[in-house]
Design a binder for this molecule. Structure first.
Ligand code: KIV
Length: 303
């Protein structure tokens, strides 16, 4: 069984140019499947607001949501390094509440690290968390919790002044002690420069090919939503949405047409018990047509 990576391993992976794979997960099965597939880091992203809870933005996601989902992920991926997002307004509004909220994510959720969005403005919070022994991943560029401030989900750092600000943000987060930083939706050249000047791993999403690792959203790579919106920076590896919809349609059709349940899905009673229960004249009972009682089906014994 693979051992859980540490922040030291992740920093070494950057030095060795060993690309870091990160995927979001929000529940037990997604985490378990990601771990079985060999993912390096699982992120319990507040994107759960969009892809699991059906919100338009990540802003409504609460600390309770993150703790609840992180706990399920931690049960599913016991050998994988888990980072969980600190939701909107659970940091940056007072050092004590930042520390308390991060502690909940670690203690109640079972994450190994937290992620915060922002640069220079939140560097003080990052430093306080690190001082308290909490590993921090930064997040700059397109920061979805500030979508209204940024004026939409747009590529960041296209103008020189914006690029310069993002470089300063990245350096401030590194200096504050973060072990890694996510950079989202920026030009490839800017992400390459930031990856070059920082010594901590830079994990890109929509940030091109030169980052030290990549992160994508579980539901995006699997097309696990309806409707599914194509995104330029996402590569999809399966079309689970269509598979699930077709499977449910077949189930509905089978129920309506009487094709489910079939003989293989039903349980018989002990033949001797049937006359005493239903009376010997009752020939319409389906049980009387069946074989053994207490059938064992796929490891589940019921009777
Ligand atoms: O919430 C999230 O899923 C994220 C990733 C997109 C980096 O922050």
């Amino acid at each position: 069984m693979r051992k859980r990576l540490t922040i030291t391993n992740l920093k070494k992976m950057k030095q060795d140019r060993n690309a870091i794979s990160v995927l979001t997960a929000y529940d037990y099965p997604s985490a378990k499947l990601a771990e079985e597939a060999g993912i390096d880091v699982i992120l319990v992203g507040d994107s759960l607001g969009n892809v699991v809870l059906g919100y338009d933005t990540t802003i409504p996601v609460t600390i309770e949501d993150i703790v609840y989902h992180t706990r399920a992920v931690a049960r599913g991926a016991q050998q994988t390094f888990i980072v969980a997002d600190m939701p909107f307004m659970t940091y940056g509004i007072g050092r004590e509440s930042t520390l308390k909220n991060a502690a909940r994510i670690m203690q109640e959720g079972g994450a190994q690290a937290v992620k915060l969005e922002g640069g220079v403005d939140i560097a003080g919070d990052v430093a306080a968390l690190v001082k308290a022994g909490i590993p921090v991943m930064g997040h700059i560029g397109l920061t979805p919790q500030s979508v209204h401030q940024l004026g939409g989900y747009k590529v960041q750092g296209k103008l020189d002044a914006d690029a310069q600000r993002l470089i300063e943000d990245a350096k401030a987060i590194e200096e504050a002690g973060a072990f890694s930083i996510v950079i989202e939706l920026v030009t490839e050249s800017l992400a390459a420069h930031i990856s070059e000047v920082l010594s901590i791993p830079v994990i890109g999403i929509g940030a091109g090919r030169s980052c030290d690792g990549q992160v994508l959203v579980y539901h995006d790579i699997l097309q696990y939503s309806s409707p599914y919106f194509e995104k330029k920076f996402v590569k999809t590896y399966a079309d689970i949405g269509t598979t699930i919809r077709n499977a449910i349609q077949s189930y509905v059709d089978d129920v309506k047409s009487g094709q489910f349940p079939d003989e293989e899905h039903v349980f018989g009673a002990t033949p001797a018990a049937i006359p005493s229960l239903y009376g010997s004249s009752n020939e319409s009972q389906p049980d009387s047509q069946l074989g053994k009682a207490g059938q064992v089906k796929k490891g589940v014994e019921t009777s």
